[in-house]
Design a protein around this ligand. Structure first.
Ligand code: GAP
Length: 483
């Protein structure tokens, strides 16, 4: 292809200047604004003033979030030989959450301010901060507040038919352990993976989709022989860390944090959190990081407390014998000829937090032709739109029909989310696609009508190459990989 001819037909050659700042990190406000403006995420129940702690994923957000879940399922289920999937009900029998310990222990410390009458999570409020009623808050002593959403099942609402919306997807996996074992002939070690909604009545939901009341989790309960649990725990920390890095998260923004003994949940022998730099604008670097995923060694705690004849042992040693379960949640170990309760390693990630981390990490501002270009340099597997087909002229039948034909073919034959857009000039159309992370734009111009080639523009480098229409599926498949 003759570059001079090509350039003459693209109205605005793009010259990439340096990034605005080396290691630029966007703050949450810019992400929130982009999310609303471009249809990634909206406030839940927006039309009626919102509902705190809930968010709705818009046209691009649902694609991005689905891609995050698909990338997890692909690596954690399909590409392993030791994993099964599961999808349990969100409404759970009260007894599941009684014997798991959630009824007794799933609470946060809550305080009230006697002056402004506001309620806070005790560890989220600074008693010295200014109270809107003047001077400092006047806080009550902390008291526990159970985070589970309670409801009743059936036409009569009383204490006999209480049910909970699950506060984690994990419990559905534990109580299905025997069902999965018996129906698949799996042997320990193996895992069960689940993606789904979880609900927590957070005292202070905040920081956009970071802490919300309705969210999604991607959880694995990986069952191992007692005694091999430490080794498997270490393996899973690496496996999960590498998943984020493999999908583009920069190593300087993700760290492993081993919880101190006093920080561990009642069920955990050890937990390593993967923490992402969600809050880069906080002055202290230590406070810029927060949890995107926890990888816990839950020992045999859960299968014991849900087993017939088992018991829940609470912190401090109080025991609640299980008087309701119908099965023993054991597996027969042919090496020892014994029924054993496996230990469990649990990598538990938040879909919403992972989605937010991928967006923050991908956000970039660069100078192009003296203007700021916003680009979401998302891994192509995560990009909401893989290809945008853009006509150079929108009132030319030959160009428009060719562009629409390419869109249809790529969407149907290659299965990529492909869009057609003719609602602005080509420069503006490129910017719009850059901002939402579309890895490739295809431009159909007059030359296309002569030689059946199109321009393919790369989002990150802005390099443009001429490709024959017939070669597009192969050319793009090579670049898009697993999409
Ligand atoms: N089954 C273990 C468990 O649920 P967790 O640390 O409470 O552990 C796991 O939750 C992950 O779920 C967290 O790392 C976080 O990504 C996500 N998560 C928890 N609470 C959340 C909330 N209120 N809003 C958004 N994501 C949340």
């Amino acid at each position: 292809m003759d570059g001079a001819v090509f350039r003459a037909r693209i109205p605005r050659p793009e010259a990439l200047g340096p990034p605005l700042q080396e290691n630029y990190m966007v703050d949450l406000d810019k992400i929130i604004s982009l999310c609303k403006r471009r249809g990634f995420i909206f406030q839940g129940s927006d039309q009626y003033g919102g509902l705190q702690g809930t968010w709705d994923y818009g046209p691009l957000g649902v694609e991005l979030k689905n891609n995050v879940k698909r990338a997890w399922w692909r690596r954690m289920v399909y590409e392993r030989d030791d994993m099964e999937g599961l999808d349990c009900a969100i409404l759970m029998n009260r007894l599941v959450l009684k014997y798991s310990g959630h009824e007794e222990t799933f609470s946060d410390p809550m305080v009230d301010c006697r002056k402004c009458k506001k309620r806070f999570r005790a560890d989220h409020v600074d008693p010295n901060e200014k109270c809107q009623e003047g001077d400092r808050h006047d806080l009550t002593e902390p008291r526990p507040f159970n985070l589970m959403f309670k409801t009743t099942v059936g036409p009569i609402a009383d204490d006999t038919n209480i049910a909970y919306l699950r506060p984690e997807t994990a419990q559905g996996i534990f109580v299905n352990f025997k069902n999965v074992l018996d129906s698949t002939n799996r042997k320990v070690p193996f895992g069960i993976a689940q993606i789904g909604k979880a609900y927590r009545n957070e005292i202070t939901p905040k920081n956009f989709i970071f802490r919300v009341r309705e969210f999604e989790q991607m959880e694995i309960e990986f069952f191992v022989k007692p005694g091999t649990d430490d080794e498997w725990h270490a393996k899973w920390v690496e496996e999960r860390y590498n998943w984020y890095i493999g999908l583009g998260i920069k190593t300087q923004n993700l760290r492993k944090y081993a919880q101190k003994p006093e920080e561990l949940a009642h069920y955990a022998k050890a937990t390593t959190d993967l923490q992402y730099r969600f809050f880069p604008d906080r002055p202290e670097e230590e406070k810029q990081f927060d949890e995107v995923e926890g990888i816990a060694n839950r020992t045999d705690f859960d299968l014991t407390c849900h087993s017939k004849g088992g018991k829940l042992v609470l912190k401090g040693g109080r025991e609640i014998p299980n008087e309701h379960a119908v099965n023993k949640l054991t597996w027969f170990d042919h090496e020892t000829n014994k029924h054993l309760i496996p230990y469990v390693i649990e990598p538990s990630a938040g879909v919403d937090r992972a989605t937010l981390a991928f967006m923050i990490d991908a956000y970039c501002e660069e100078v192009v032709n003296d203007e700021t270009r916003v680009v979401l340099k998302l891994h192509p597997e995560l990009s909401p739109i893989k290809v945008a087909v853009l006509p150079l002229k929108k009132n030319h039948d030959g160009i428009v029909n060719t562009a629409k034909g390419i869109k249809q073919t790529l969407q149907k034959k290659s299965g990529w989310r492909t869009v057609y857009d003719d609602t602005a000039g080509i420069g503006k159309l490129y910017r719009r696609q850059d901002e939402v992370g579309t890895p490739f734009c295809i431009t159909v111009d007059f030359q296309t009508l002569e030689d059946k080639t199109v321009t393919v523009r790369d989002r990150d480098t802005m390099a443009q190459v001429r490709v024959a229409i017939d070669n597009l599926p192969v050319y793009l498949a090579d670049k898009l990989g697993n999409c």
